[in-house]
Design a protein around this ligand. Structure first.
Ligand code: A2R
Length: 304
């Protein structure tokens, strides 16, 4: 399959590109550094017309949920307007299918009694980021219903793995553990540990994206999630247990942000039924690989 990936230089992009190449797909990886800005419609059309991909995996966007409160318009431009540009250019260049990567944040404020979240659950976005992803999701639906473009609207729940930014809690803790191993520190500051989240390995997530490109129903929404909720405190404790020197978690009041949604858990039956997907990476393997990645990041930072 000849395909093009937008946002290939982010966290998920390199994992997706590696997986597609492993399967023998012909992959063109794009990002702003290669000159493809999704907010520049003309350059999108030029690149799509010259590459002529059969499938586009659209990952590019502004994924900074916290930052979206400070720059909602920039977030909207990247995620909603950027997606509209990608869909328009895809249609103009005869692309067959677009896998449009959205977020489970679109479900927003969910009550525990409403779990697990299915694709039919109500959308109640709370952050500007989530609202921008609702817009992108419906632009995908419109491109399918209005123009017949085969858009798959993915709602990805939390995912973890090597290469992830320390804006996220697990890599932040793993980096602190790896730093302590070098400096002899023995404290790992943490915030709220009681929230429970549906967390997958990023390598399972990209397997789902590829399967959706092949077997997903055009126009449909798919939750990409593990189907189980893990307590953040349990993840933190597992990471500290992997440390080669003694250290302990310690609550830092500065990191204690209010958690308005105590438990999030998705239903992945549609993904499993339509594509045969099932997760392959158990959480302890994900955490061990994340830890190894953070150790090598700390080692290269101290060399530099
Ligand atoms: O910011 P850059 O230049 O390093 O590239 C990021 C890219 N990106 C853009 N690419 C083209 N035109 C733009 N205007 C533009 N704005 C951002 O999107 C980077 O390569 C990618 C986003 O990577 P991450 O922030 O690491 O997101 P991640 O975790 O890979 O998530 C992939 C997708 C995103 O749409 C999330 O919102 C969704 O999955 O959950």
């Amino acid at each position: 399959m000849r395909c093009l990936v937008t946002g290939a230089s982010g966290f998920v992009g390199p994992h997706l590109v590696a997986h597609l190449q492993d399967l023998g797909d012909e992959v063109v990886a794009t990002d702003r550094h290669t000159g493809l800005d999704i907010n520049e419609p003309d350059s999108l059309r030029d690149v799509f017309a010259s590459v002529r991909p059969e499938v586009i995996y659209h990952l590019a966007g502004d994924s900074d949920v916290g930052g979206s409160w400070n720059h909602p318009l920039d977030t909207f431009r990247a995620n909603a307007e950027g997606t509209l540009n990608v869909l328009d250019a895809a249609r103009a260049s005869g692309v067959r299918r677009v896998i449009s990567i959205g977020s489970a944040d679109v479900y927003g404020k969910v009550l525990e009694s409403e779990l697990p979240i299915t694709e039919q659950s109500e959308l109640r976005p709370t952050s500007p980021y989530a609202a921008s992803k609702v817009a992108a999701d419906y632009l995908g639906l419109q491109a399918f219903l209005g123009y017949g473009l085969e858009v798959i609207r993915v709602r990805a729940f939390n995912h973890l793995g090597p290469g992830q930014s320390d804006r996220f809690v697990a890599p932040a803790i793993a980096l602190r553990v790896a730093t302590n191993e070098v400096t002899g520190g023995n404290v790992v500051p943490v915030g709220n540990l009681d929230a429970r989240r549906d967390i997958s390995d990023v390598r399972d997530v990209v397997r789902a994206y590829r399967l959706l490109a092949e077997f997903g129903t055009a126009g449909a929404v798919y939750n990409v999630c593990s189907g189980t909720a893990v307590r953040i405190g349990d993840l933190a404790e597992q990471l500290v247990t992997m440390a080669s020197t003694p250290m302990a978690l310690e609550t830092d009041p500065a990191l204690l942000r209010p958690v308005d949604i105590p438990v999030l858990c998705g239903d992945n039956s549609k993904l499993r039924e339509d594509t045969g997907w099932e997760p392959k990476f158990p959480i302890d393997v994900t955490l061990a690989d994340l830890m190894a990645d953070c150790r090598s990041r700390v080692a290269s930072a101290s060399l530099g």
